[in-house]
Design a protein around this ligand. Structure first.
Ligand code: ZN
Length: 672
């Protein structure tokens, strides 16, 4: 023990000795949080970012894109070559950035997600294999060479304490990281354009026996290729350049644009990709082209290339190398898959108001059992979600087998039948509604999980049911590991999956418990249409829903989006005097909810009188509702008076649809 510690101990013991008298004189005040009046917050907190957007008129309180709304648009021309023996993708690209913003850009931020496979990058997930990442060998901005000598340390930060001198040519910072910044000597003016040219290469990481991280290789014969070209980050009216790094768990936030992609492949390797194949006569056999011409005629699945058709001239056109040319419009990204072993099946989906589109399915011959049902599952998803939200816009959907079994890209999913419904659902968010999935995962994964449940009921020919989901949140509420939906999911912590995937369906279940599920679906459909090919925030979503539902639900959005609170309702007591029964309903949580009681009457007795806030669901059951406003006075109990004319009440259930978050639903029934 050091001298200093002994001195500290002496101080501590005198400190302990002193307050005894103080302890005796101060009364002990037990802390009972639920005895205090409940302060119910009834507004949606506005951060500086959304305030600025409202002031600029890019967004407003209607929840629709504002009169001054803008977003970037990028035109990509990409040429890439794939070499099978080395698993190498080598590419060159030309990107025209349209700065549609109202300000000059002093830098350009690039996404080099492939660098997540490098050894020295920040990561929140393990990767199947360490590679050299994306090696950028050439980069120019408007013809000027970018200095690629990376000025970052291993963690991707630029060195501290060094004032940045004025630069005379563009400089890259973080070129070995997943997000890189190019400092520009002269800004790109508002409404101006800038052209980037890049050359790069990388090795596709092996993922044999483990799940790929949104891409990967099975041996030397099957490759899923995503995050494969330098992509321009989003620059928006909210945060300017989006510089959240790619850490693994959270996905992407992308600009819309046009992609013209040429993939130079070994002959005999089939390619499935985002986009429409422009040159089938150059890369496919006559037999495959003839079969493809029949795909749109029926819902049956047609085999385009079989397991027996291998090699140049059989699985593909003859030759040594073949250049596959794909074009995609109004997409944020492109991904593809290739194999010299792929079986290619195709079927169709019928999109309301649009007509029939093809679904391509590429899989290993040994995985046929997982891919034969995939076409019908994807067809159901495309058709169901088209009716639920808005028609699927894109001209096709392609799915590929491989080490990643559940990932989505525009028009393209890495999935078998198992995840086909979910990954197809992503075509609505974030593909057609361009949410920031990195930050607000719930607007993407969460909304998707909710609609997947509706789709599952529909597929089974059953009425969709989202009862009980909302109530179940009471079991999670209060867990300090849970980050609120509004906090950046990229740093979502141990409960990232719950934040991104789990919670939003529970929120939407409660919303349906207040306004009705059909009203929720109609409002979501209008929201999807209003923000098609645009970038909504949670504020836009919440306010759009309020307007569409003609209801001020600010309190609802506050508790669900910004807190981890629950309602925690109960029936405290039931007393009958004459024909009137008073149900004392209690809420111990911070979140309020409407009071919904299911009242079951005896089969006989005096006539059941109508109550204006009640509806009969059968001859002896009433659902009685009081609005959430009954709690706005801060009380924790509400006397719900039943005045049905004296028929004996046999039982009462609080929140019969189990929509409102509740720690302990067993106290929601009377008699207990
Ligand atoms: Zn998903």
């Amino acid at each position: 023990m050091s001298v200093r510690s002994i001195a500290a101990l002496a101080l501590l013991s005198s400190a302990v000795a002193l307050p005894i008298s103080a302890q005796q004189s101060a009364p002990v005040l037990p802390y009972t949080p639920t005895s205090a009046p409940r302060a119910i917050r009834r507004d949606i907190p506005l951060t500086n970012m959304i305030r600025r957007a409202w002031e600029a008129g890019t967004r407003d309180s209607t929840g629709r894109p504002g009169r001054n709304y803008w977003q970037l648009w990028n035109d990509y021309t990409i040429n890439a070559r794939f070499d099978a023996p080395t698993a190498t993708v080598s590419g060159s690209e030309r990107v025209v950035i349209h700065n549609n913003s109202d300000s000059a850009m002093h830098e350009i931020v690039l996404r080099l997600d492939q660098n997540i496979y490098r050894a020295n990058v920040p990561r929140a997930e393990t990767v199947p294999e360490i590679t050299d990442g994306m090696v950028v060998t050439k980069l120019t901005v408007d013809g000027a060479n970018v200095d690629l000598s990376d000025r970052t340390n291993a963690a991707g930060r630029s060195p501290r304490g060094r004032p940045a001198p004025p630069i005379t040519h563009p400089e890259a910072i973080g070129i070995t990281q997943t997000v890189a910044t190019i400092k520009l000597p002269a800004p790109i003016p508002a409404k101006g354009t800038s052209t980037i040219e890049a050359e790069w290469h990388f090795r596709v990481p092996q993922s044999l026996g483990v799940r790929g991280l949104r891409m990967g290789a099975w041996g030397d014969s099957l490759y899923q290729v995503g995050q494969w070209y330098p992509r321009v980050a989003v620059f928006d009216d909210l945060r300017g350049w989006d510089t959240d790094p790619y850490l693994g768990p959270s996905e992407f936030y992308n600009n819309y644009g046009h992609f013209d992609v040429k993939l130079d492949m070994p002959a005999g390797w089939l390619v499935g990709s985002t986009g429409v194949l422009q040159n089938p006569e150059q890369v496919l056999t006559a037999s495959a082209r003839e079969k493809l011409s029949r795909v749109l005629q029926s819902d049956s699945t047609i085999n385009i290339v079989s397991a027996d058709e291998r090699g140049p001239g059989k699985s593909t056109a003859a030759g040594d190398r073949l250049v596959w040319h794909f074009v995609a419009d109004s997409v944020g990204d492109v991904a593809w898959g290739t194999s010299d072993r792929f079986v290619w099946d195709a079927t169709r989906a019928t999109i309301p108001g649009k007509g029939v589109i093809p679904i391509n399915i590429f899989y290993e011959p040994g995985n046929a059992s997982k891919y034969v049902p995939a076409g019908p599952t994807a067809r159901h998803a495309l058709e169901f979600y088209s009716k639920l939200w808005m028609p699927y816009t894109y001209p096709l959907l392609t799915m590929v087998d491989g080490p990643e079994g559940g990932m989505e890209y525009p028009m393209f999913i890495m999935s078998s039948a198992g995840a086909a419904d979910h990954e197809t659902g992503h075509q609505w968010w974030p593909m057609m509604v361009g949410t920031n999935e990195t930050w607000y995962g719930f607007m993407d994964e969460g909304f998707n999980q909710y609609m997947n449940r509706l789709s599952r009921f529909d597929r089974l020919g059953q009425t969709p049911n989202v009862d009980s989901l909302g109530q179940s949140y009471g079991r999670t509420s209060g867990d300090e590991r849970e980050h609120p939906l509004m906090s950046d999911a990229n740093y979502g912590g141990p409960m990232y999956s719950f934040q991104a995937y789990g919670k939003a369906p529970l929120m939407l279940s409660m919303l349906g418990g207040i306004v009705g599920d059909t009203a929720v679906w109609n409002a979501m459909s209008d929201y999807a249409k209003a923000w098609r090919f645009k970038h909504p925030t949670p504020w836009d979503y919440a306010l759009f829903m309020d307007n569409a539902l003609h209801k001020d639900l600010s309190w609802f959005w506050y508790y669900w989006l910004f807190t981890d609170e629950s309602v925690d309702g109960s029936i405290a007591s039931v007393k009958t005097a004459g024909a009137r029964t008073t149900v004392v309903v209690r809420q111990d949580g911070a979140m309020p909810s409407p009071v919904v009681l299911e009242v079951k009457f005896a089969a006989t007795g005096p006539a059941i009188r109508a109550m204006k806030n009640a509806r009969m669901t059968d001859s002896t059951t009433a659902i009685v509702t009081w609005p959430v406003e009954v709690w706005f006075n801060g009380n924790r109990t509400y006397n719900a008076v039943l005045d049905f004319g004296g028929r004996k009440i046999e039982s009462i259930t609080l929140d019969p649809g189990r929509r409102f978050p509740d720690r302990n639903p067993s106290d929601n029934v009377w008699p207990r």
